[in-house]
Ligand binder design. Structure first.
Ligand code: M6R
Length: 612
């Protein structure tokens, strides 16, 4: 969480930094600040609230500078306020820092630094970091670069930092461990950011900084060094990001744009993989590890949030099509258990951002036990993508709304292809069944397009329910993870309490919640559990629950039982989540808008959860 951006070059730094902060605001948005170097003066301006408030705050200030850095915060240590906002000065105010991550041993370091006379104004771990750098510099009489390097040996935790010093006005020092950082290289100018979005309109040449690397930008060049002070060769890559893909393109919110992009993003996730003409499936990352997949004894999926829901869909898919045991784990629980992992296990790590701290840690644990790690990430070059043995990108394009939508369907698409490939190679899927699934998968973008036509209908349903305090979501089989996902979408953006349950579990507890005020969304598409779900609907109806049913087109049975019926196109059972999730995304979106919530930046959340 938190977004960092910095600039050194011939242009005015402040507008570039502010624009970059707006792009990174999805990562955290409780306060923001900038540090600008002007004529040997190092000025820090910061403000509680969104980047727009920082902009108003500095509107009258002298912001001329060719070197500067900025930060948008998601609070970890200390409440969101002006003082805890970044950048932070050292005690002498000669050094300033921005930081994304957490310093775990900050309390011990702080006590030591206080004893050395350093003063603290904020509650943050970051202020400890900058004072540690200052203390080392004063004590060792070394330059800033050396002081930062030595400080990195003393801090425990995660960081992406940029440091500026009044004593070296034409220099930026940056370092990372566990939090993302990319450096853009222009003609006589440099950009540092948490992701490439603040950089794309200036240059398409970037270097992804690795853990334990220190970047020194000065004298018109970028130098990379290891923590042990050995020079590293920067690996310059070409960015393949389009500016349009990170703008709203006429939609009121990124979330709505991303929901509507799904026919395209699903197609992009299949491109080059589902080869209908040649009649085969293809996945580069799978090919290299085919024998491992064929001989694997078990698949363990690790993920968080929506990605974990995609993992649950994968459990159904892989067991169904590839007949292999699957365990789906919350990465945060898995990493702190003592899980049994063997060399014949394949761990699939799913993450939109590719930066989720718990998922990364789960990967490291599984790696240390010899498992093969397969990553499914959306962000190219992200930490998880780089930490895995092999993988497949989802190619959904940048997802900026904090609530994940198109990333989910892209993950499910890639997992479907993977399960089909595994089924084929393990001999558990007949050619006929495989062909049928391929043909059906090919139709999914068009079916999603059709489901999106329900938007007006769903907005009307949202108007009926936008003021209720609770929602229940029920589904069975492949639609159980969809019920969980629908409930998560609603609660995270509308702040309505919502629970997802396997429909049959309802009678073991949640049924007590049902009365004439309780909306119950039941996903009841035509599949093998349809009759059972119909019985569950009867149970809700008998207790006067208000039923909103997502059904397959032409279903007249449920129409007579439900208050509202949303008809989605028919598809095969294994592919149904790709279609049935669409109305749930739209329902949560419209309810949140009607409640006046900030849909793209819901309270307390951040897009990329780089703290555990
Ligand atoms: O980037 P990741 O997929 O690893 O993120 C995992 C979760 O933080 C994420 O899915 C979160 O639950 C979303 N806000 C859900 O919409």
């Amino acid at each position: 969480m938190c977004g960092i951006v910095a600039y050194l070059g011939y242009r005015q730094a402040c507008p570039i930094i502010l624009k970059g902060l707006h792009r990174l605001e999805y990562r955290g948005y409780d306060s923001a600040g900038v540090a600008l170097m002007n004529d040997g003066e190092l000025n820090v301006y910061k403000k509680k609230g969104k980047v727009a408030e920082l902009e108003n705050f500095i509107a009258e200030k002298d912001t001329h500078a060719r070197v500067g850095m900025g930060h948008t915060r998601w609070a970890t240590h200390g409440e969101p306020n002006d003082t805890n906002a970044h950048p932070h000065y050292s005690t002498s105010e000669r050094i300033a820092i921005i930081h994304n991550g957490i310093i775990e041993n900050y309390a011990a370091l702080k006590t030591h630094l206080q004893q050395q006379g350093h003063e603290f104004h904020s509650d943050t771990d970051t202020e400890v970091f900058v004072n540690l750098i200052e203390e080392i510099q004063q004590h060792n009489h070394c330059n800033l670069e050396e002081a930062v390097r030595l400080a990195l040996h003393e801090v425990v935790g995660a960081y992406a930092i940029v440091v500026m010093s009044r004593d070296a006005p034409n220099q930026l020092i940056a370092a990372r461990k566990g939090s993302p950082m990319v450096i853009g290289i222009g003609d006589g100018e440099f950009f540092i950011a948490s992701d490439a979005t603040p950089i794309i309109e200036y240059t398409n040449e970037v270097v992804y900084v690795n853990d334990y690397e220190i970047a020194i930008i000065r004298d018109g060049r970028l130098e990379l060094r290891s923590k042990e002070d050995v020079e590293q060769t920067p690996y310059i890559q070409k960015l393949e990001l389009e500016l349009d893909s990170i703008e709203k393109g006429g939609y009121e919110h990124f979330m709505l744009k991303e929901i509507f992009e799904q026919p395209r993003s699903i197609m992009d996730s299949m491109r080059g993989r589902l080869e209908m003409n040649a009649g085969h499936l293809n996945m580069g990352g799978f090919r290299a590890y085919e024998q491992k997949f064929v001989n694997a004894q078990r698949i363990i999926v690790v993920a968080c949030g929506t990605s974990w829901h995609a993992g649950l869909v994968a459990e159904y898919l892989l067991e169904d099509l590839a007949r292999i045991p699957v365990e789906v784990e919350y990465a945060s629980e898995f990493r702190y258990r003592n899980p049994v992992i063997t060399e014949r296990d394949i761990v699939i790590a799913i993450s939109q951002s590719g930066e989720t701290a718990d998922t990364l840690a789960a990967i490291e644990l599984a790696k240390s036990k010899g498992a093969t790690i397969f990553g499914i990430c959306n962000v190219v070059g992200s930490s998880i993508a780089r930490a895995t043995d092999a993988g497949a990108y989802t190619h959904a394009g940048p997802e900026i709304g904090v609530a994940s939508t198109k990333a989910f369907t892209a993950q499910v698409t890639v997992l479907t292809l993977l399960a089909m490939l595994m089924g084929q190679k393990r001999g558990t899927l007949t050619d006929t069944k495989l062909r049928e699934l391929m043909v059906e998968l090919d139709t999914i973008p068009a079916k999603v397009e059709k489901a999106l036509l329900l938007d007006d209908e769903i907005r009307a349903i949202a108007a009926t329910f936008c003021d209720v305090p609770n929602f229940l979501y029920l589904g069975r089989g492949y639609n159980f993870p969809v019920a969980l996902e629908g409930a998560l979408k609603l609660k995270e953006i509308s702040y309505i309490h919502a629970e997802g349950y396997p429909a049959a579990e309802m009678k073991h507890g949640p049924i007590a919640l049902i009365d004439e005020n309780m909306p119950v969304v039941v996903i009841a598409t035509r599949d093998s559990s349809y009759e059972k779900v119909v019985s569950n609907i009867q149970e809700v109806k008998a207790r006067k629950g208000r039923i909103i049913a997502v059904v397959t087109e032409g279903d007249d049975v449920i129409r007579d039982m439900a208050e509202f019926v949303i008809e989605v196109p028919y598809t095969s059972e294994a592919l149904v989540p790709l279609v049935s999730v669409i109305p749930l995304q739209l329902l949560s979106y419209h309810i949140a808008v009607m409640r006046g919530c900030n849909v793209d930046q819901p309270r307390n959340l951040a897009k990329s959860v780089t703290v555990e």
